[in-house]
Write a protein that binds this ligand. Structure first.
Ligand code: DC
Length: 236
């Protein structure tokens, strides 16, 4: 079976990109890269260096000079994020940080600093699934396959709420819903690389699908993929 080398996986917060993308990557032998983690990592660094309210130029320099190391875990499909040997992966999911990340991700210079790093990763790996908001539209517009995962706000908020609870964090559904709505608004209304599906993306609405069912659908789309030349060849 010929598989797409680069799969772009976009969609709003809570649509299931990380859960589904990492599992599909594990099963099909891809590296999974979640670009949201890099915006989170820059936000973490900005908080820890007292620069969270700094101007665009300083934040851009911070993003450009920061070296986050990716350390693969056992199966090679996912990795841990290290900053100067410190494993910051778990800290990247904290709520305090989450409230600030959309603001950092909207800074044009921060995006300009990180986007080439994503492209390098895509070039360096033989098979990669890259998740984010603008992968199919801006980062890798020539990706072999583009998938856009979506779900309604209520369902995404409910999933985030359940996830937080299962991780032992106390959250309230209304606050979670407001936080997800706020991130949707910031991610889709920003001037640079806003969240939107690429014209040639395959859409999957996950509202009424279990996690397993979404994984199955994404795997089916990847397995059904044909190189562009083969597709053209089949048109009669
Ligand atoms: O997917 P996530 O929740 O980890 O993303 C964190 C933030 O980064 C979120 O506000 C959207 C932003 N982001 C982005 O602007 N572009 C990407 N390619 C990935 C994430």
């Amino acid at each position: 079976m010929i598989q797409p080398r680069i799969v772009a996986l976009d969609g709003p917060a809570g649509a299931g990109k990380t859960t589904v993308g990492s599992e599909v990557a594990r099963r099909l032998g891809y590296l999974f890269v979640d670009t949201g983690q890099f915006y989170r990592a820059v936000t973490w660094l900005a908080i820890h260096t007292g620069m969270i309210n700094a101007d665009e130029e300083s934040l851009t320099a911070l993003a450009r000079n920061a070296n986050f190391e990716l350390r693969p875990t056992g199966d090679g499909s996912v990795y841990r994020v290290l900053y100067q040997t410190q494993d910051i992966t778990d800290a990247l999911r904290e709520k305090g940080l989450e409230r600030k990340v959309s603001k950092i991700a909207a800074v044009a210079g921060v995006r300009a600093a990180l986007t080439p790093k994503y492209r390098e990763l895509a070039t360096a790996h033989p098979k990669i699934i890259m998740a984010g908001r603008d992968i199919g539209t801006v980062v890798l517009p020539d990706a072999d396959l583009k998938i856009y995962l979506d779900a309604t706000l209520d369902i995404r908020a409910e999933r985030r709420h359940q996830q937080s609870q299962s991780e032992g964090r106390l959250t309230n559904i209304e606050d979670t819903r407001n936080a997800v709505a706020d991130r949707d608004k910031q991610d889709s209304e920003r001037a640079v690389a806003p969240l939107r599906p690429a014209d040639d993306a395959v859409h999957i609405n996950t509202d009424h699908l279990s996690k397993e069912a979404v994984i199955d659908q994404v795997m089916a789309v990847i397995r059904a993929w044909k190189p562009a030349s083969a597709t053209i060849g089949e048109v009669h």
